[in-house]
Design a protein around this ligand. Structure first.
Ligand code: ATP
Ligand code: MG
Length: 373
């Protein structure tokens, strides 16, 4: 968006300049204009394609944590007999994932949060109403400081609710617990424990009636799914940020939560690792269809993963400004989506919304959301 030329570097070791792309786009440039420009889209897809190819090549070479095995996803809603070559979801997981409630599985009603401040009580969010069916994935997007994390931590049972409420699977949320798994920007792992031990910690609590072998199967299943099949016995402290976040994702899924909450899960990662982990998340989510709410600043990510993008207005008194239904085919693939005509229309809608709220909000840091394009 800013440059005249984009020089793409190849991965280390022995990194060098790979391809150089000329950006022949008129100036002055704005994000909104870009979205409608065919030249921009073509160039963007070219660069993304090139980076993706580099990334695939690197993955094939460096067998640090290996590729995911090529197995057909299991559909939990209509169980079928797996081929012997397919590894099935562990039975203890399937039992824990069962619930009779399908519709209105998660409901936020008139949710409100008031924080005490030195200047008196501050209503950060109010009138937040969201209805989710079981197995839905929503993204929550909005400017920095509007209250996304506040909403998420209330759903996790980690932050006291000031008004209204949140009902999950027929029960009001009031305390934290493993039925609500949270993935933050940086996973809170025990650095001296291995990936396997870190994931096992929660699993032992969640499946008290499962046998040791069943619990081990669950841990290994998810570590393999996130691409850590070869690194299960590596200490978390010796892992890269991307690998640690993989452990965090495996741990969250292994808990068989009723609700998965993600707060900018890839916010600290570079964009290539981020894409990798988005793919991992899409893949694991496709298998489990766990009900999920993800906070993100990345417009593409918000659309790529979700069934609905929920847009929040600015705080204080932030609320839901707009909900976008994402009608894109699943299972999803980032590259195919970037070429899907609807994707750009959705992107435009979200960008317009964010732009509308960008103004009149001086003094607040709103750098983060500009990184998305
Ligand atoms: N414990 C607290 N006490 C008082 N005010 C708080 C507290 N936690 C958050 N806030 C305020 O509530 C507002 C919303 O914060 P929150 O962290 O939920 O925003 P956010 O949308 O997640 O922002 P970001 O995108 O930067 O992560 C901010 O103005 C923040 O300063
Ligand atoms: Mg936040």
């Amino acid at each position: 968006m800013l440059a005249d030329r984009v020089a793409v570097m190849t991965p280390a070791p022995a990194a060098t300049i790979g391809q150089i792309f000329n950006v022949n786009l008129a100036r002055p440039r704005t994000r909104a204009l870009f979205n409608d420009s065919e030249d921009y889209k073509t160039l963007r897809n070219k660069i993304v394609g090139y980076l993706d190819a580099l990334n695939q090549g690197q993955k094939a070479q460096a067998n640090d944590y290996g590729d995911l095995p090529n197995v057909t996803p299991l559909d939990l809603s209509s169980p079928r007999k797996p081929k012997p070559s397919e590894k099935q979801l562990p039975q203890a997981y399937l039992d824990a994932a069962h619930s009779p409630i399908e519709r209105r599985y998660l409901e936020f009603f008139n949710l409100k949060k008031i924080y005490p401040t030195p200047k008196g009580p501050l209503t950060v969010v109010e009138d937040v109403n969201i209805l989710m069916d079981r197995g839905e994935f929503i993204s929550l997007i909005g400017h920095s400081g509007c209250g996304k994390s506040t909403v998420l931590t209330m759903a996790a049972g980690l932050n006291e609710i000031s008004g209204g409420g949140i009902v999950l699977d027929g029960r009001e949320i009031d305390v934290a617990g493993p039925d609500k798994a949270v993935v933050f920007q940086a996973p809170s792992l025990m650095p001296w424990l291995t990936a396997r031990e870190n994931v096992s910690l929660g699993v032992e609590r969640v499946y008290p009636h499962a046998s040791r072998v069943e619990r081990r199967d669950i841990v290994e299943y998810y570590l393999e799914r996130v691409g850590l099949g070869d690194a299960m016995d590596k200490r978390a402290g010796d892992m890269s940020n991307g690998m640690r976040q993989r452990v965090g994702i495996a741990r969250a899924f292994a808990l068989s939560p009723k609700l998965l909450l993600l707060d900018e899960p890839f916010g600290m990662l570079d964009s290539l690792t981020r894409w990798d982990l988005q793919d991992v998340l899409i893949e694991v989510w496709n298998r489990t269809k766990v009900t999920a709410v993800m906070v993100t600043h990345d417009v593409d990510e918000a659309i790529l993963l979700a069934d609905k993008v929920v847009m929040m207005t600015n705080g204080p008194h932030a609320t839901i400004g707009k909900v976008l239904e994402v009608d894109l085919p699943r299972p999803r693939d980032r590259k195919a989506l970037l070429e899907h005509p609807k994707f750009y229309a959705y992107r435009q809608e979200v960008l317009n919304f964010l732009e509308e709220y960008e103004h009149g909000h001086a003094g607040k840091s709103s750098q983060k959301e500009t990184e998305a394009a």
